[in-house]
Write a protein that binds this ligand. Structure first.
Ligand SMILES: Cc1cc2nc3c(=O)[nH]c(=O)nc-3n(C[C@H](O)[C@H](O)[C@H](O)COP(=O)(O)OP(=O)(O)OC[C@H]3O[C@@H](n4cnc5c(N)ncnc54)[C@H](O)[C@@H]3O)c2cc1C
Ligand code: FES
Ligand code: FES
Length: 1356
């Protein structure tokens, strides 16, 4: 250790610091937003840029999706002028994590700043809209800004740059493909061919691959890029000249901003920084705020003094020294990446092994918005055990320079540096000045690995870096460092193993010794936080094996005589590089002769897409603040099952801004709520889940309300909770009734069967993760108990009736208005009323408007999701593969109330045979009453769980017979006219057509052969393929819900205002309804407007759900429009050549009623479980998908190589919207079956409460090749204009990916001599895949006997 001399000029510094701190006022924060100068005199150090934009400036285009940097909805661009280099820097950041105070002399560009519908759209906005890349639109501004920032730096990027730019953006609706397609037009690869490209015209036709489904009629494009405004980078807004001048002068001052609880000190010089840290050793250093921001928001941390050293030159310096590169601690990860990339290009390869390892980690480190601000020093000093960089720094032997006001010392970054969980050896007064990253030696090899549930923007499960140095010219190990993250409370070195291997030859013997030694050294307690204990231990070995092979290859390349890596093992050493996805969409053009004005069947853009892309579309929380508005925060239970002994509000009530607290006694009407009135508005004496709403605090701002809610002290008497399905079965904790559907003769069926097998499967739940969380604004109207509510809900009627009941007023006093939702997916069908009712109660009590938008963690905690299911089956089948008997039981985890669970269970049973004809069946369904938040509707509504179990037994049948699963599935498919187990005849069956088309379009047979060959040639990566059909029943299973209303007004200028009972949540319902009205009325759709959905225009509307909204509301709209048309008929007949406006005027002057309502109910529905008769569904939607995957047997990671979907949507009302639904639904299913995992503690606490820990599919998860084809010539006589429902049916097709994974695992197991059926639960996570691929490494890491310890999380 070396100490340098005291830094000079300390006395000046003392004085500056003392003077600045002595001032009681806050400094002036100067920054620009969209070209406008802002001088903020009271900048609050705890306020984020996002809050400032939305609440202070009213710029609501930038959205809040998570507040933790994980979704990208809040992306804005920051621009800075660097006076030293005279450079202008533009970079995308997450406004939700950017502290307001960090913006001094920064220009902020938001989505509003680059274009608008009124002015002119920026090409980035226009192209995402026109290419159908915006459905609900809540993610769109963030995606627009990521793309915009990319183009500002690189006007002609590559597709790989675009994909990198989107690593930090999520979309839950579109499935990403259309966004990438639309933005491809900006890239070098995507320049349009000008119509000369491919077989059937332009290269952009139908995506980028224009495939012909047959000889004709696929010539219409989903969008025409000729309509895109050209992009001219020279036309961009300029950096404010005033800011440039200011930047030249003002960076050299120490800044100080004071807030209620925190002071922000921004030193300009290193001496000031050191002095401040010496004075305030407990001060938090903040650079990117990507760690500290999370601590403040989610861990309730308060940091009274914040030191922000981001502009200190020494902390940003990059010095190329003799032994390596020295990075200032505040260097951002993006900058570090750029420097290292340059070094790799210029230095001899042997010197850059460490650099390449760091670059590999940076590729998968968060998203670009985070990397643009997060500092390398922040990553080191956080000392997280799952840091991605620390293992590399440790394995490479990096050196750190720590400094305090008395001097500096250099420390080696080894296990002595990390002294405990998130603790380093740095002293409180010390700061990290820099990190020295060494050049590698000629005989040194370094690799880094990261394994996380999702490849992009995810935290590691295990991360590792390994460095081996050899005696020159030999394979003798001279130095070895194996560093792991995720295996202990700190980043650790496997020192024992490394020392054992020193001096040894790099060969099989060393490998064996290394593995058994690592298995001993890298152990985890079975209760370890993060769970996946066996998997993590196996990874420690598997990753070493990958390193072992990589080093063997490199040694051989250097001419050292070592064992050759067989070609079958080569793929284990490959570094994953994503391929740019390509796609094809096929649909049927409208019939020849259809008038151009008739837009039905045409790919019309979502009517709000342009507004969504510019941020002008108004969502519930974008409604401007009312003058006297208050904010509400919920108080929720921290216990799964308990009696409430006392609630102490005293600490909360004396906090600033608090207006009142609410509890059950404050509910003036009924406190019973929910679909079945079996829940409480506010808990009354008892709580039955973590997240149960106990009360609420109302305050002047969100921050004050939330702080007060957290200060509430509640005492509980804990009761034993039931958390899992298995616990519920053991306790016989079921809701009634238990449902059964039975047909044929089960006993005879099993007797007839050649074989019988039994199996089981668990299907995990799923969080909706609509990008817009639940939100309500309740405005009391001041008389007669009237209340107006703006709510993000799929069910206006249910919201109205629950509020009316709780307030004790008739429903006619409550108006519920929904403009649009930022996604719903079933999550806002019934559970949105939990929040809206409480907010209404508060508004009613205080007689003031009250608003609440749930934070993402609250939303995930409280509102429930898709039901986890456990299925148990016995299946009888013939030698041919024909299934003849099935006995299946389903257990759904319903949670603490019934909600919609019975209907969901029923739908699971209605789909228990999926698309297969099984003559003898019994299906039973049990609803488990547990102490989880009530689970609820989610796209597919139990159907996917029902069908998933069916595909499990189908796979088992094929595997036990050793036959191809595709053959066995085909053999069992339904045929026209057959009866379902619930006695519905299948008419108009298109399954076989979908099957054959999918078979040929996917090239299944060639694919299968190629996969078999690949699997023979590769030991550690395996490929698999699966074809899966779906048959989805359309109708609400509760018959009375199959009704809809509409209301149409024609105004005297000829414009039409249309309303119907359905809500717009991104699915394009309003667009389709305008298309329907436009055809019936025979007027251009531009004359028709839908403003919102409300209970005072269309009463008693059914929820927008069950995929049936276009069918139901479309027919009601048709009915209303036909009535109006009939009334206009005489004027048309009288004056046929006149215009629409003339007819309308004539009718008006003739005193004709130009307003009509419409109504529709689906005929002949009504199934009875008692008699197993009556039609359950109006019709069925069919589809088939074929997917191919590749798994990495050593890590469990997988790649989605290709998917082909053929979907029967009848005559599509709008192919662009329908393809969007197919792709979006498919991707949601992909999340369900392969990625998304909710973790609950054994005590029922949800551990995964945000995008950081719960992973929905990202851009990188879409299949590399995606073909979506809408079945041609398949009219449906049961729905409007021969169309079919599309919202839910495609979701299940993603199970083809799951079963392709299972197919690949089978190939891996076969290498270890294991064949036949095996259980694979959903999702097929990396952990499950790895554990199922039994091999020499898994054998060294035996799981601890379940039941002998208390795991971190349980399968609920
Ligand atoms: C969405 C998201 C994704 C993420 N993904 C990853 C990932 O993939 N891999 C990964 O490893 N991490 C990840 N992180 C964690 C985080 O981004 C990194 O640790 C980052 O490098 C922290 O840098 P920062 O500048 O933002 O730190 P800050 O939040 O500003 O500071 C973090 C800590 O470091 C200390 N500190 C910072 N600089 C100094 C200094 N010079 N001297 C002394 N102490 C200092 C601070 O006091 C503070 O305690 C992610 C975070 C988020 C929000
Ligand atoms: S809201 Fe900022 S990233 Fe999600
Ligand atoms: S359109 Fe992307 S989240 Fe809805």
């Amino acid at each position: 250790m070396k100490r340098t001399q005291e830094t000079s000029g300390m006395r000046d510094v003392d004085q500056t610091v003392a003077e600045t701190e002595a001032r009681s006022d806050s400094g002036e924060l100067i920054f620009f937003v969209n070209g406008r100068k802002i001088v903020e005199e009271s900048a609050d150090p705890e306020m984020t840029l996002l809050t400032y934009l939305r609440r202070k400036l009213g710029l609501t285009g930038t959205k809040l999706g998570c507040a933790e940097g994980g979704c990208g909805a809040c992306t804005v661009m920051l621009s800075r002028y660097e006076p030293h280099t005279e450079e202008l820097l533009h970079y995308a950041v997450n406004a939700c994590l950017a502290p307001l105070c960090s913006l001094h002399l920064v220009a902020v560009t938001t989505v509003e700043g680059i274009g608008s519908v009124a002015r002119k759209l920026h090409p980035v906005q226009e192209r995402i809209a026109r290419s159908h890349g915006s459905q609900c639109g809540f993610c769109t501004p963030g995606i627009v800004m990521s793309m915009y920032a990319l183009l500002r730096n690189n006007p002609k990027p590559k597709m790989a740059d675009v994909e990198e730019a989107f690593q930090g953006n999520l979309c839950r609706c579109t499935g990403y493909r259309p966004i990438l397609e639309g933005y491809k037009t900006f890239t070098v690869e995507g320049g349009c061919c000008g119509g000369r490209g491919r077989e059937n015209g332009c290269c952009m036709t139908n995506g980028n691959g224009a495939l012909k489904s047959s000889e004709d009629e696929v010539d219409e494009t989903l969008y025409n890029i000729a309509d895109f405004a050209p992009y001219d980078p020279t036309q961009e807004v300029i950096f404010p000249p005033e800011l440039m001048n200011l930047s030249k002068g003002q960076r050299s001052h120490l800044l100080c901003f004071r807030g209620d609880r925190a002071t922000w000190l921004q030193p300009a010089r290193l001496e000031e920084f050191l002095h401040l840290k010496w004075k305030h050793p407990a001060a938090r250093v903040v650079v990117g705020n990507t760690e500290v921001g999370i601590e403040v928001k989610f861990k309730n941390m308060v940091y009274p003094v914040i030191l922000a050293p981001a502009f200190i030159p020494e902390l940003n310096a990059v010095t190329h020294a003799e032994d390596g590169i020295e990075f200032g601690a505040a260097c951002t990860l993006s900058h570090m990446g750029a420097v290292l990339r340059q070094a790799v290009e210029t230095l001899p390869p042997h010197q850059t092994e460490v650099f390449l390892a760091i670059l590999e980690q940076l590729r998968w480190f968060a998203g670009q918005q985070i990397r643009n601000v997060a500092a390398v020093g922040g990553n080191i000093m956080t000392a997280s055990p799952i840091s991605d960089l620390n293992p590399v720094f440790m394995a490479a032997g990096c050196k750190l320079t720590l400094m305090d006001k008395d001097g500096s010392r250099v420390v080696q970054m080894d296990d002595g540096f990390f002294v405990g969980y998130r603790k380093t050896a740095a002293r409180p007064q010390e700061v990290l000045l820099s990190v020295n990253v060494p050049y590698s030696k000629r005989t040194q090899f370094v690799s880094a690995f990261k394994q996380s549930p999702r490849r992009e923007d995810d935290i590691s499960i295990v991360t590792a870096a390994m460095s081996a140095t050899f005696t020159p010219g030999t394979d003798i190990v001279e130095d070895l460092r194996l560093s792991y993250g995720g295996m202990a409370a700190t980043t650790v070195l496997a020192k024992r193993t490394a020392s054992r291997l020193l001096g040894r030859s790099w060969g099989e013997e060393l490998l064996q010794e290394a593995c058994s030694s690592l298995a001993e050294e890298m152990t985890l307690d079975p209760t370890a936080p993060g769970g996946m204990v066996t998997y993590r231990q196996t990874l420690a070995l598997s990753l070493f094996y990958k390193f072992y092979l990589t080093v063997l290859k490199k040694l051989r390349l250097q001419g050292v005589n070592v064992q050759e890596v067989g070609s079958e093992c080569a793929s284990a050493t490959e570094i994953y590089h994503p391929q740019t996805p390509s796609s094809v969409q096929i649909y049927q053009a409208v019939p020849e002769g259809q008038s151009q004005d008739d837009v039905v069947g045409r790919p019309i853009m979502h009517l709000s897409a342009m507004k969504q892309a510019t941020g002008e579309a108004i969502y519930c929380d974008d409604v401007p603040l009312y003058e006297n508005e208050l904010y509400l925060a919920l108080i929720t239970s921290t216990k799964a099952h308990a009696r409430i002994l006392s609630v102490d509000t005293s600490a909360a009530e004396c906090l600033p801004g608090v207006v009142c607290c609410l509890f059950a006694d404050d509910v003036p009407g009924s406190n019973a709520t929910g679909i079945r009135q079996d829940q409480s508005v506010l808990a009354d004496g008892k709580v039955t889940c973590v997240g149960h709403i106990i009360g609420a605090v109302v305050a002047d701002t969100q921050l004050h309300a939330q702080r007060a809610a957290k200060a509430m002290k509640i005492q509980y008497e804990e009761l034993q909770p039931i958390v899992t399905i298995q616990e519920a079965i053991a306790a016989q904790s079921f809701y009634q009734p238990i449902r059964t559907i039975q047909s044929g003769d089960l006993e005879a069926g099993f007797k007839q069967a050649d074989h019988i097998l039994e199996g089981e499967m668990h299907i995990g739940g799923q969080e909706h993760f609509y990008l817009e969380t639940n939100v309500t604004l309740a405005v009391p109207r001041g008389e007669d108990g009237e209340m107006e509510l703006f709510v993000s809900t799929q069910s206006t009627t249910d919201t109205q009736s629950q509020v009316a009941r709780a307030l004790g007023v008739p429903a006619n006093r409550v108006v519920v208005r929904v403009k649009r939702m930022g996604g719903g997916f079933g999550g806002k069908e019934s559970r949105s009323t939990l929040l809206s009712t409480v907010v209404a109660v508060a508004a009613n009590k205080l007689k003031r408007p009250v608003r609440c938008m749930l934070d993402r963690d609250e939303d995930m905690l409280i509102t429930g999701g898709r039901h986890p299911f456990y299925g148990k089956y016995k299946v009888g089948f013939m030698n041919s593969g024909k299934v003849v008997a099935l006995d299946v039981s389903y257990y759904g985890n319903a949670g603490n109330s019934m909600d919609l669970s019975l209907a969901i269970l029923e739908r699971a049973l209605f789909h228990m045979e999926n698309s297969y004809s099984v003559p003898n069946v019994r299906g039973r369904g049990f609803l488990c009453r547990t102490n989880l938040p009530s689970n609820t509707a989610f796209r597919g509504f139990g159907g996917p769980q029902g069908m998933m179990v069916a595909e499990s037994w189908m796979t088992d049948v094929a595997q036990s017979l050793g036959r191809s699963a595709e053959e066995v599935r085909r053999l069992n498919l339904y045929t026209e006219g057959e009866l379902t187990p619930y006695n519905q005849i299948l008419h108009g069956l298109t399954l076989d057509r979908c099957w054959e088309e999918c078979l040929s379009q996917s090239g299944y047979r060639q694919r299968r052969a190629a996969i078999d060959l690949y699997n023979r040639q590769n030991r550690w990566t395996k490929r698999g393929v699966a074809m899966v059909p779906t048959k989805f029943g359309i109708s609400f299973t509760a018959s009375f819900l199959n009704q809809a209303g509409a209301l149409a007004h024609i105004y005297t200028d000829g414009s039409v205002l249309l309303t119907h009972g359905g809500t717009e949540m991104g699915q394009g319902l309003h667009t389709k309804m305008v298309q329907v009205a436009s055809r019936i009325l025979g007027i251009p759709f531009s004359k028709i407007h839908i403003s919102e959905t409300s209970t005072n225009t269309v009463p008693n509307a059914s929820p927008t759900a069950a995929s049936a909204s276009s069918d139901l509301n479309g027919a009601a709209v048709q009915n209303a429009c036909e009535t109006l048309l009939k009334r206009l008929e005489p004027y048309k007949t009288k004056n046929p050549k006149a215009s629409w406006e003339d007819w309308v005027k004539a009718a008006y002057f003739d005193r004709v009623n130009l307003s009509a309502n419409g109504f529709y109910k689906t005929p002949d529905l009504g199934y009875s479980f008692d008699t197993n008769s009556g039609r359950a569904f109006n019709y069925f939607s069919y589809g088939v998908a074929c997917s191919e995957v590749e798994i990495d047997c050593l890590t469990g990671a997988h790649k989605n190589l290709s998917t082909t979907v053929v979907m029967d949507v009848g005559h599509s009302l709008n192919p662009a919207i329908d393809i969007g639904q197919v792709e979006g639904g498919f991707m949601q299913g992909l999340g369900l079956f392969t990625l998304e995992e909710l973790h609950y503690s054994p005590q029922g606490v949800l551990l995964t409460r945000g995008p950081g820990s719960y992973k929905i599919p990202a851009f990188g998860d879409i299949p590399t090749q995606l073909t979506v084809s809408l079945l041609r010539d398949a009219p449906n006589d049961k729905a409007i204009f021969a169309s079919k429902a599309v919202g839910e049916p495609p979701l299940f097709l993603a199970s083809s990916v799951f079963y392709a994974i299972k197919d690949a695992i089978s190939a891996a197991r076969a290498e270890s001599g294991i064949t036949g059926p095996f259980r694979l639960d959903s999702p097929a996570s990396a952990e499950r895949i790895r554990n199922a691929c039994s091999d020499r490494f898994t054998k060294l890491c035996r799981p601890v006997e379940p039941g002998t310890f208390r795991p971190w999380s349980v399968q609920v």
